[in-house]
Design a protein around this ligand. Structure first.
Ligand SMILES: NC(=O)c1ccc[n+]([C@@H]2O[C@H](COP(=O)([O-])OP(=O)(O)OC[C@H]3O[C@@H](n4cnc5c(N)ncnc54)[C@H](OP(=O)(O)O)[C@@H]3O)[C@@H](O)[C@H]2O)c1
Length: 319
């Protein structure tokens, strides 16, 4: 019997894991297995920056396994603005969750890092051995340092995943604080609705690898069940699948059906130019895995946003 607690269960990645667990056939590779109970916790169940609340959550559910996603998360501009808050909140959350998992004898924890934690001064492609090589990029110093520490704790069967940029249904579509894809989708939808220009921050030249949240969800489920190493594992599409921000914006314009004026605001920061990560280790372990094509994933995400605009996280803006 397994009780699997997903912290951050109400966020982009948590909702995707819930979707996969609920929609894949029971007993299948990524579906719910007999004897499994899945618990998806949001911050309303307990503020994980607080050690007492964290302990109470573990006491309530007594999880045998944990997928630890809860974090203060944001895109480039939010990370640059609140470096110290990112460091403090995420350090507290990670320390509390790992300590409670340890004291409650949780048999396995998969924590979540990000390719943002790597230095931009390392040789590409990024791989699992380079997490601690060199300082993180200055744009996300706080987030990166807090995240890097999760693989330093306790010496138990506590491991971590390193996803690249994630997008999908239930993302944060705030115009300033979000990641690039949900922010641009929201901007483009508003530009179409209001007949205003679609303005993309930066030059459009940086390159990124994007993973669809529902693909990432399957990989997390696989890692929880089958990966028994403490060393982190990069969960990503291939390093040959980098796309430029301009290509992303073009695809969004097409998907949204925007026909107005479309420009780049080159006075805004670009962030790190590229950070290609290798998924060689993942592919050698997971076997045959079909990633959703980018256009299809984008189509599903835009459709979800339009169908769910009233409940989507859009910050204070509902124009
Ligand atoms: N999105 C990406 O591109 C990306 C890329 C690489 C790695 N990651 C990592 O993936 C994980 C999930 O990210 P996401 O994109 O799903 O983020 P998200 O949509 O912003 O969700 C964050 C989740 O964390 C919870 N949370 C935040 N602060 C909390 C607190 N103090 N106590 C308890 N719960 C708290 C939120 O709960 P509420 O809903 O109640 O606020 C929410 O469920 C994070 O660890 C992130 O660092 C994300």
């Amino acid at each position: 019997m397994s009780r699997i607690l997903v912290t951050g269960g109400s966020g982009l990645v948590g909702k995707a894991i819930k979707y996969v667990i609920e929609t894949e056939p029971e007993g299948s590779k990524f579906g719910k297995q007999p004897g499994e109970t899945w618990i998806f916790a949001s911050s309303s169940e307990g503020d994980l920056r607080d050690p007492v609340a964290t302990d109470a959550l573990f006491e309530k559910y007594k999880p045998t396994h944990v997928i630890h996603l809860a974090a203060l998360v944001g895109g480039l501009f939010k990370n640059m603005k609140y470096k110290l808050t990112f460091l403090r909140d995420n350090t507290l959350i990670n320390d509390n969750v790992l300590r409670s998992a340890y004291t409650h004898q949780t048999s396995k924890v998969v924590s979540c890092l990000s390719t943002c934690v790597f230095s931009d001064k390392v040789e590409y492609p990024l791989d699992e051995n380079k997490v601690h090589l060199g300082p993180p990029h200055e744009s996300n110093f706080g987030y990166a340092h807090a995240k890097r520490m999760v693989d330093e704790e306790f010496g138990c069967n506590f491991t971590s995943a390193i996803p690249t940029n994630v997008f999908g249904p239930y993302d944060n579509f705030d115009l300033e604080d979000s990641h690039v894809i949900p922010g641009l989708i929201h901007k483009c939808v508003l530009a179409k609705k209001n007949g205003t220009p679609f303005v993309v921050s930066g030059t459009g030249k940086p390159l990124r690898q994007f993973i669809y949240s529902r693909d990432l969800a399957k990989l997390f489920i696989w890692q929880l069940r089958h990966y028994d190493d403490v060393e982190p594992l990069i969960l990503s599409v291939g390093e040959d699948e980098e796309v430029s921000i301009k290509q992303v914006a073009d695809a969004i314009v097409k998907e949204v059906g925007f026909e107005g004026n479309y420009v780049f605001d080159t006075t805004r920061a670009d962030g790190q130019f590229r950070k290609p990560a290798s998924n060689k280790k993942l592919l050698s372990l997971v076997g045959d895995f079909q990633f959703t094509p980018f256009e299809q994933a984008l189509h599903e995400t835009v459709k979800w946003f339009l169908d769910n605009y009233d409940i989507a996280r859009t910050g204070s803006v509902k124009k």
